[in-house]
Design a protein around this ligand. Structure first.
Ligand code: RFL
Ligand code: PHB
Length: 394
């Protein structure tokens, strides 16, 4: 087989890239290790920046998001018995975010892929990129006991943190930057009305909590748990009790609990690999960087990588600008580090980590007071939360 771009991974990065390349007339094949149902079963992100939403529209898949997603022009932070609202709309140039789950984004992209007729292979085993520094690299994979080979011009590694793409680059050509936090987020999805119409991030002595949602009838809640905690240890009842202890009184009193539809623990990690490319292989999304979920930046930063690579490839194929390909990593990393800094900072301010000294805790509290109680502080928070604009590719 032969194509222009092989995309490894059918998560949101791979599917959105495939869809944008289709729009630009660039042929591509997607190889995914698991089934579509398995991909859709992962409950992850919920908050989309405006840049992400615009990219979905550009890809021709924004219709259901615009109909069913909820535009939020603010969110709250609760701490020391107070609740402070960050008015995103007023504190920025009218920017907002959209609450629309990653599962729905992925479903819309999968449906569009089927309609486009472009080739995708699910349950592709042993995917392996080859000849990355040659003019024409290729990718091999196994399916139903047979081995296949796809020759191509470029390979897009969209296969998440544990994928094969980053691992196929010689270790001496990469530098990794990492912080693993002592703890994770225990998340529960429930068919109950959200406790508050907007997201509430809670900083509490017992640990962080977050009230989020997927719709008017479906809630998503998280509590910070220790690194040794296992999901089986947490009954629904224990989860709701602990959440109530951390919420401001009036919210705890209003909280409607119910049976969990999904319950999982997400680890907290900050990670960046530099550079985000090697020869003809580009790394996108979680394959190149991870953030703790506190700033809602993971999927959004993945989308800005997709914007950058699709814009570069449009000019490479449309205008013969092959020089642009070497700039991919440098362009992405500016925005990647911005998301890393914001997520790290929000995480430190709002969580109780066992490796934080009492002195640092005091500093983070003082920072929280400053950023929530001054107009300039709230502006910085709002600006970061809605996300930086994408860089023009010239
Ligand atoms: P994904 O979603 O991990 O998809 C990678 C795909 O590659 C496949 N794969 C392979 N395929 C072929 N061969 C191989 N060898 C392969 N190895 C892996 C996998 O099966 C998978 O289908 O990466 P992608 O596309 O880069 O997307 C990244 C996002 O999923 C991630 O950044 C976000 O979910 C992070 N995140 C959030 N981001 C936000 O912007 N806003 C949020 O509100 C937000 N909330 C969250 C989050 C992540 C969370 N968890 C569970 C880590 C909340 C949580 C709880
Ligand atoms: C979610 O709804 O899953 C969510 C929302 C905001 C975050 C992280 C996760 O910061």
């Amino acid at each position: 087989m032969k194509t222009q771009v092989v995309i490894i991974g059918a998560g949101p990065s791979g599917l959105l890239l495939g869809q944008l390349l289709n729009k630009q007339g660039i042929e591509n094949i997607i190889l995914e290790r698991v089934t579509p149902e398995y991909v859709l079963g992962r409950i992850r992100a919920g908050v989309l920046e405006q840049g992400f939403a615009d990219l979905m529209r550009k890809a021709g898949v924004g219709e259901r998001m615009d109909r069913e997603g909820e535009v939020h022009d603010g969110f709250e932070i609760a701490y020391n018995g107070k609740r402070v609202r960050i008015n995103l709309n007023e504190l920025t140039d009218g920017d907002t975010v959209i609450v629309y789950g990653q599962t729905e984004v992925t479903r819309d992209l999968m449906d569009a892929r089927v309609k486009s007729g472009q080739y995708s292979v699910y349950e592709a085993r042993n995917v392996q990129p080859h000849d990355l520094t040659e003019e024409h690299p290729y990718v091999t994979y196994e399916k139903d006991g047979e081995t296949f080979r796809i020759d191509c011009d470029y390979i897009a590694g969209c296969d998440g943190f544990y994928g094969v793409s980053r691992k196929s680059i010689p270790a001496e050509c990469l530098k990794e930057y990492e912080r693993v936090y002592p703890g994770g987020w225990l998340g529960v999805l429930a068919e109950t009305p959200p406790v508050n119409p907007e997201l509430v991030y809670v900083c509490h002595d017992r640990g962080f909590a977050l009230c989020s949602m997927r719709s008017k009838t479906r809630s998503r809640y998280y509590i910070q748990v220790g690194s040794a905690d296992k999901v089986e240890q947490w009954s629904d009842e224990a989860f709701w009790d602990e959440l109530k202890r951390r919420l401001p009184e009036e919210l705890a009193a209003k909280l409607i609990t119910g049976k969990s539809i999904e319950k999982s623990i997400a680890p907290m990690r900050s990670f960046v690999v530099e550079p985000m490319q090697y020869g003809k292989l580009f790394l996108l999304g979680d394959a190149a960087h991870i953030v703790p979920p506190t700033g809602a930046k993971g999927l959004n930063t993945a989308a800005s990588d997709v914007y950058t690579l699709s814009s570069i490839l449009e000019k490479v194929y449309g205008e013969g600008r092959s020089d642009l390909a070497s700039k991919y990593s440098e362009i992405c990393l500016r925005r990647v580090w911005d998301g890393e800094r914001f997520s790290w900072w929000m995480s430190n301010m709002l969580h109780k980590f066992e490796d934080t000294s009492e002195f640092e805790r005091k500093i983070y509290n003082s920072e929280l007071e400053f950023f929530l109680n001054t107009e300039s502080g709230r502006k910085v928070l709002a600006q970061q939360y809605v996300g930086l604009p994408y860089d023009a590719i010239e």
